[in-house]
Design a protein around this ligand. Structure first.
Ligand code: GLN
Length: 466
């Protein structure tokens, strides 16, 4: 289900937005995926009606009638904003995130808020306080995380596109597991205003779609400077390069592929082969400091999370639990003990530890230095090649409860965290199924702010005959 195809149908009058929204609502109602935390049926139908009127009167806006699901850490006025946490179970935001405002103005229809790992911390959607999300085609498997609900929402045809957030892979990894496109834009390309912060220097709002073209259409609307986010890019985002011909592509070597499943390695080799057959030059690249990607990410992400989540104190937002004794310290302790789940507490404790005065230099400062090495390394890599390709994940979707060891779970983010550390754009492209029918994704990474170019190239690839 792509927006581009449906838009054509809307214009030709072979379907209506109300009809499409009603079908999506029916699918959500009968599905057992637990992808949605809140369905906005009445509002969506009302917006759909307005979209149909606009099509009828020739006033359709750029994304008129695009059906959008929104991860539940993005602020949408009129809906709850829970971050899949008990802490915010009943919290209602008073404003729209910039991405929501821009999509709304462009004619999008918001169908619901999607389930996720609590505060976007996780890779399997198992840390949600409101139950697991199930894989769209394999019920015993995880959909990936943390934006698992958004990935399933798109894969199960309950919307055209979905918004997610990607701090270390949370759009690309579930996109790969569920067989859809998943885009993490360059840091600063999309405003974070209205996104509940996990790790502010790594977070980006991203897009799930059934085609690169749909993701690009969303980026056109949500991308660009926002006065409400001082880290958003100041300059207009560059357009795609005009020639979409063969490119110089970097690939990774066997050392980085050693922990991948056979099916992923095979799909990757076939993909590189396909690129060569299409006339691309494919060269093996040594990626910068890959052995420290995961530790660097988890030190920086937890440090920033421990600071960002300090605002959930029982005073300002959501839950308040009275402590056994009087006084605010007791109340804050009781609230945070009851409101946060195990993974969130683990991250806060680790982050507080790496920032503590005795260990700050040894961990946090060292991780900042490693970040610089990784980012500079990428700049050099992109002096040699136009784009990089690598697997999105070491394995296809795994079983529920397969990664009970948190470190094992963290290691599954091997290929995704470096793009966030360096700030560069990256996306996962669905390339087929393994022998068990599980989707496999290939990741493309591009130079800073080459988002439109990367999307155009991916679109060209999907249109090319294999
Ligand atoms: N899986 C990673 C983590 O647990 C990434 C999460 C994300 O991108 N939000 O931190």
């Amino acid at each position: 289900m792509t927006y581009a195809e449906d838009r054509l149908r809307y214009t030709q009058g072979t379907t209506s937005v109300v009809e499409r929204v009603s079908e999506c609502l029916k699918r959500i109602e009968t599905s057992t995926h637990n992808a949605y935390l809140q369905v906005l049926a009445d509002e969506a139908l009302k917006q759909a009606q307005e979209s149909d009127e606009r099509f009828a009167s020739g006033l359709a806006r750029p994304l008129e009638g695009m059906i959008v699901a929104v991860k539940d850490n993005i602020s949408l006025k009129g809906a709850r904003l829970t971050c899949a946490s008990r802490m915010l179970e009943t919290f209602e935001p008073v404003f729209d995130a910039t991405v929501i405002e821009r999509l709304r103005d462009a004619g999008a229809v918001f169908i619901g808020k999607t389930n996720m790992d609590e505060f976007a911390m996780g890779s399997s959607n198992e840390t949600s306080a409101f139950g697991n999300v199930h894989h769209p085609t394999h019920p015993g498997k995880v959909p990936g995380g943390s934006s698992g609900g958004s990935a399933v929402a798109v894969a199960a045809s309950t919307c055209h596109v979905a918004l997610g957030s990607d701090t270390g892979g949370s759009v690309r990894q579930p996109a790969a597991f569920c067989g859809v496109y998943g885009l993490k834009p360059s840091y600063g390309a999309v405003s974070r205003y209205g996104l509940v912060a996990f790790a502010s220097s790594l977070d980006q709002i991203g897009v799930f779609a059934n085609s690169a073209a749909d993701a690009a259409a969303v980026m056109e609307v949500i991308g660009g400077h926002d006065p409400m986010d001082s880290t958003s890019c100041q300059e207009p985002l560059p357009a795609a390069r005009s020639t979409n011909g063969p490119r110089k592509i970097g690939r990774i070597g066997s050392a980085l592929l050693k922990d991948c499943s056979e099916s992923v390695v095979q799909a990757y080799e076939q993909y590189c082969e396909r690129l060569i057959n299409a006339g691309c030059t494919v060269v093996e690249i040594e990626l910068p400091a890959s052995e420290v990607w995961i530790p660097t990410y988890f030190i920086l992400a937890t440090a920033e999370a421990s600071s960002n989540l300090a605002r959930f104190d029982g005073v300002r937002y959501g839950l308040r639990v009275q402590g056994s004794a009087d006084g605010e310290v007791d109340m804050i302790t009781a609230t945070r003990s009851a409101g946060f789940g195990t993974e969130v507490k683990r991250r806060i404790m680790l982050g507080t530890y790496v920032l503590s005065s005795g260990y700050h230099d040894a961990y946090y400062v060292t991780a900042q230095k490693a970040r610089r090495v990784i980012a500079d390394g990428y700049t050099k890599v992109f002096e040699q090649v136009d784009l990089l390709v690598m697997p999105t994940t070491p394995t296809p979707a795994f079983d529920f409860a397969a990664n009970v060891d948190p470190v094992q779970m963290w290691l599954s983010d091997l290929f995704t965290v470096s793009a966030n550390i360096a700030g560069i754009p990256a996306m996962s492209i669905p390339v087929g199924l393994d022998a068990n029918g599980l989707p496999i994704g290939i990741q493309v990474q591009a130079p800073m702010f080459a988002d439109a170019d990367m999307l155009a190239w991916a679109d060209g690839q999907s249109n090319a005959t294999p």
